[in-house]
Design a protein around this ligand. Structure first.
Ligand SMILES: Nc1ncnc2c1ncn2[C@@H]1O[C@H](COP(=O)(O)OP(=O)(O)OP(=O)(O)O)[C@@H](O)[C@H]1O
Ligand SMILES: Cc1ncc(CO)c(N)n1
Length: 505
């Protein structure tokens, strides 16, 4: 392997632009799912700077196209000139062109400016079946193809460009792609969107050694959805953007296809229109509303809270029938637990993004140690309880320490939270039923039950919930998944901790 081919396979320095300047030359879709609107969203979703020169205006929605207006080509010329005389363009995506005069204008501009990356989506017919290119302009479009680096026809467009019947299976689609690639000397992206079946592959096809192989297929599942309006526009403009950054068509397709798949999967949440709706271009930038993540956590916690209230330990504590040995075991384990918990709270303080939060967790960590020594002084000094760490205590503390090891503030908080939240809820209910029973002084656990109505602890719990909710809003999707996992695990340990005296005392 020569040094030059080595460096092209394993580039030490990526030469592409971090924020590519990408121009879409395409039609407008006022409903926002296709055309320049989809292009600008896709370019931005891939981290590019989007620009748009409008070739045609359509009146359309998710049900279809009701009118097309192609403005005078002189105005397109002025738009293109305004952009390219001022701004360096890293990639161009070409979509709906409308008629032969527009095609000629774009051809002239491409020949003069010669952008480094040109993706041509030969738009002829919308998803709804409406024509977006005059029949008389098909020949002119064919003649434009060799000026592109990548052509992205759907299967009906591929067939029309070749003057052949539409491919009915993937193999004949690939063969048609090869014929078109050979005819125009460029790379063709053959798209599986219009085929049936559970798979939806795409393939980069070329015949003149432009790529590593003649056919590079990228597999993908077919999503069961009618929201496919603008998938072709979104794919081609996203590819142009990523290509300007990577300089590698295969790498670009492998990056864009999973994004488009997720955009299709999240399309229902947009709820746009009655027909073929758009895809969710910014599914990866979902903004959480305040309290939304906390509500999702509470949903996780609800079954555990119900399970805690069914435990014989809670029942016995409430009625006073709880064997003393079980209560003593619980107190001794609680003291051990609080020591470990205090260390994890201190870790939350170390990771906190604001001084307010740092102070809150530092105080919480100290208070935790104070409660631990209180337990020893006032509760455990007169009781018989083993000082050995029980298996549930050990596992719970290990889980908390492990959750803090990755160094994510959001994940530590999610792991910490159930000890506040579930404990506060359980304590409040135990205290309320104690008061309802007239707070009998003769109740064997009266002094303990009285400690539960602590307003300071309730306020701290509200703070801990709010900090966790805010940390989730700032976290990545992956971190939020880890938060849910850490939180759910801590909830299970809360239940196990209340049940441990029955099993191990
Ligand atoms: N149901 C689906 N599930 C998964 N991927 C899909 C689905 N439909 C289309 N795609 C993908 O979307 C991209 C566009 O393909 P398609 O063949 O639908 O283009 P198109 O017909 O030009 O789109 P448009 O709707 O914009 O006219 C391809 O990457 C294709 O694999
Ligand atoms: C403006 C415009 N361009 C392309 C398509 C193809 O999806 C469409 N429906 N509308």
């Amino acid at each position: 392997m020569t040094s030059s081919s080595y460096s092209s396979v394993y580039p030490l320095v990526v030469s592409g632009r971090e924020t590519p300047r990408v121009l879409s030359i395409a039609g407008s879709d006022p409903s926002g799912g296709a055309g320049i609107q989809a292009d600008l969203k896709s370019i931005a979703a891939q981290g590019g700077y989007g620009m748009a020169a409008v070739t045609a205006l359509t009146a359309q929605n998710t049900l279809g196209v009701s009118a097309v207006h192609v403005p005078p080509v002189e105005f397109l010329r002025q738009q293109l000139e305004a952009i390219s005389t001022d701004i360096a363009i890293d990639a161009v995506k070409i979509g709906m062109l409308g008629d032969a005069a527009v095609i000629d204008e774009v051809r002239g501009w491409l020949e003069a400016v010669r952008p480094a990356v040109v993706v041509l989506d030969p738009v002829m017919v919308a998803t709804s079946g409406d024509r977006l290119l005059r029949g008389s302009a098909e020949q002119a479009l064919r003649a434009l193809l060799p000026l592109a680096d990548l052509i992205t026809p759907n299967l009906p467009e591929l067939a029309m460009l070749l003057g052949e019947p539409e491919a009915a299976d993937w193999e004949s689609a690939l063969n048609q792609g090869k014929r078109l690639a050979a005819e125009c000397g460029t790379t063709v992206l053959v798209k599986g969107g219009h085929l049936a079946g559970t798979e939806c592959p795409d393939a980069l096809v070329n015949t003149s050694g432009l790529l590593r192989q003649d056919v590079i297929e990228v597999a993908g599942p077919r999503i069961e959805t009618k929201n496919s309006h603008g998938t072709g526009c979104s794919l081609s403009s996203a590819l142009a953007t990523v290509q300007a950054r990577t300089g590698d068509w295969e790498a670009s397709l492998r990056e864009v296809k999973p994004w488009l798949l997720q955009a299709l999967l999240h399309s229902d949440s947009l709820d746009v229109g009655k027909g073929n709706g758009p895809v969710h271009h910014f599914h990866h930038h979902q903004v959480l509303r305040p309290g939304e993540f906390a509500a999702a956590l509470w949903k996780e916690a609800a079954p555990e809270l119900a399970a805690i209230h069914k435990l014989s330990f809670i029942d016995g504590l409430q009625s006073g029938d709880l064997p003393e040995a079980a209560f003593n075991y619980y107190l001794a384990q609680d003291a051990i637990y609080l020591n470990g918990y205090s260390r994890v709270l201190a870790r939350a303080g170390a990771l906190a993004p604001t001084e307010e939060e740092q102070l809150f967790w530092a105080k919480a960590s100290q208070q935790c140690l104070e409660v631990e020594s209180e337990l020893h002084r006032n509760w455990l000094s007169t009781r018989e309880a083993s000082p050995v760490t029980g298996p549930v205590t050990k596992s719970y503390v290990d889980h908390l320490l492990a959750s803090s090891a990755a160094g994510s503030y959001a994940v530590v908080l999610a792991a910490i939270l159930p000890c506040y939240w579930l404990y506060a809820e359980v304590g409040q209910q135990l205290h309320a039923s104690f008061v309802d029973a007239g707070a009998p002084a003769a109740h064997p656990y009266a002094n303990w039950l009285r400690t539960y109505a602590d307003e300071e602890f309730a306020a701290a719990t509200r703070n801990a919930i709010n900090f966790t909710d805010a940390a989730a809003a700032a976290a990545s999707e992956g971190e939020r998944a880890s938060m849910l996992e850490a939180f759910a695990q801590s909830c299970r340990y809360e239940t196990a901790f209340f049940d441990a005296p029955r099993l191990f005392a």
